[in-house]
Design a protein around this ligand. Structure first.
Ligand code: URC
Length: 298
C-alpha cells in the first residue's frame, strides 16, 4: 500500500503585533496580524517525529517580533511579509518556500478641537488591509487586498429581467438599496513598487465605481469595479472580488395606514446573496503558487 506525505506547510498563525514608532512626539502605530508558514524538507518531522529541520512555530513567532524591531517597524505589509519570507527561505537550506499572510487593522488619529491627536487613535470601521506573500525558491508572488469594506448606496440600483419560476417571489425593482462588504484580493505582476500608494489607489477606484455605477445587478457592479481597477493599475494582473448582497427589504407599513416610498427598510443579516468573480487580463503572467491556500474565491 503506497501512502506518502503530500503538500504541507506549518507555522504560527495570527501573531498580533502592534508597533509604536516614537521617533517624534507624534507617534505612528502599525497594527498587524501575521500568519507565517514554511514549506520545504519536512517529511521526517511528519513521518518519524524527527524535528531536526523543524523551525519551531514558537521561533517563527519570535522572529516576527524581532524583525519588526530590527527593521525599525513594519512598514508596508507587503515589504514586511517579503522580509519574513526571505529571512526563512534564505536562512535555512531546507526551507524552500514560505507563505506570509498579514492583515493590517487601520487606525486614524482622533480628531480633537486642537487637531489630530499625537498618540490617541480610533480604529477605522471593519476595513482590514491584507497581503499574502508567497515565496518558492527564487519566485515571489504578491496577493494584496482588503476585507470588510462595507458600502451602501441608497438609490442607483435596480434588479429586474430575471427568469420567473414557480418559486419566484422576488418583485422587480427599479430603485433599491445596494449594500455589500467588499473582500478584494488582487495579484500583482510587479514585485517592486510603492505598495501603500497602490493600495489606496485601488481602494479609491473600487469605491468610486461602486458609487458612480448605476447598477442593474450586483454582478455588474462587481465586474465594473474589477475592470476599472485593472485599467487604472497596470501593475495588477487579476483581481478577485467577493461581495455579499446585504438585502434591505422595504417594510410594509400599510397595516399602520402609512405609505413607505423607499424610506423604511428591514436590514436582513442572512441569508444573503453571495456574488464572486475574478476579473483578469488576457496577457497576465500565470499565477504560479500565488493563490495556494487562499480559500473562498473562484
Ligand atoms: O444584484 C442582484 N443579483 C442577483 O443575482 C440577485 N438575486 C436576487 O434575489 N437579488 C439579486 N440582486
Amino acid at each position: 500500500m503506497g501512502i506518502r506525505l503530500g503538500e504541507n506547510q506549518y507555522g504560527k498563525a495570527e501573531v498580533h503585533l502592534v508597533h509604536v514608532n516614537r521617533d517624534t512626539a507624534v507617534h505612528r502605530i502599525k497594527d498587524v496580524n501575521v500568519t507565517s508558514q514554511l514549506r520545504g524538507e519536512f517529511d521526517a518531522v511528519h513521518t518519524a517525529g524527527d524535528n531536526s529541520n523543524c523551525v519551531a512555530t514558537d521561533t517563527q513567532r519570535n522572529t516576527i517580533y524581532a524583525l519588526a524591531k530590527e527593521n525599525g517597524g513594519v512598514g508596508a505589509i507587503e515589504d514586511f511579509a517579503l522580509l519574513l519570507a526571505r529571512h526563512f527561505v534564505d536562512g535555512f537550506d531546507w526551507v524552500h518556500g514560505a507563505r506570509q499572510e498579514i492583515h493590517e487593522y487601520l487606525w486614524d488619529r482622533i480628531e480633537t478641537p486642537e487637531g489630530p491627536h499625537d498618540h490617541s487613535f480610533v480604529q477605522r470601521g471593519g476595513e482590514t488591509r491584507t497581503t499574502i506573500v508567497t515565496k518558492d525558491g527564487d519566485n515571489e508572488w504578491f496577493v494584496s487586498g482588503f476585507t470588510g469594506l462595507s458600502v451602501l448606496k441608497s438609490t442607483g440600483s435596480e434588479f429586474h429581467g430575471y427568469p420567473k419560476t414557480a418559486y419566484t417571489t422576488l418583485r422587480e425593482t427599479t430603485d433599491r438599496i445596494m449594500a455589500t462588504d467588499i473582500t478584494a484580493r488582487w495579484r500583482y505582476r510587479d514585485t517592486v513598487l510603492d505598495w501603500d500608494k497602490s493600495y489606496w489607489s485601488v481602494r479609491a477606484t473600487a469605491l468610486d465605481v461602486f458609487a458612480t455605477t448605476h447598477s442593474l445587478a450586483l454582478q455588474q457592479t462587481l465586474y465594473a469595479m474589477g475592470e476599472a481597477v485593472l485599467r487604472q493599475h497596470p501593475q495588477i494582473a487579476e483581481i478577485r472580488l467577493s461581495m455579499p448582497n446585504n438585502h434591505h427589504f422595504l417594510v410594509d407599513l400599510s397595516p399602520f395606514g402609512l405609505d413607505n416610498p423607499n424610506e423604511v427598510f428591514y436590514a436582513a443579516d442572512r441569508p444573503y446573496g453571495k456574488i464572486e468573480a475574478t476579473v483578469e487580463r488576457d496577457d497576465a503572467p500565470g499565477p504560479g503558487r500565488a493563490w495556494d491556500s487562499v480559500p473562498g474565491f473562484v
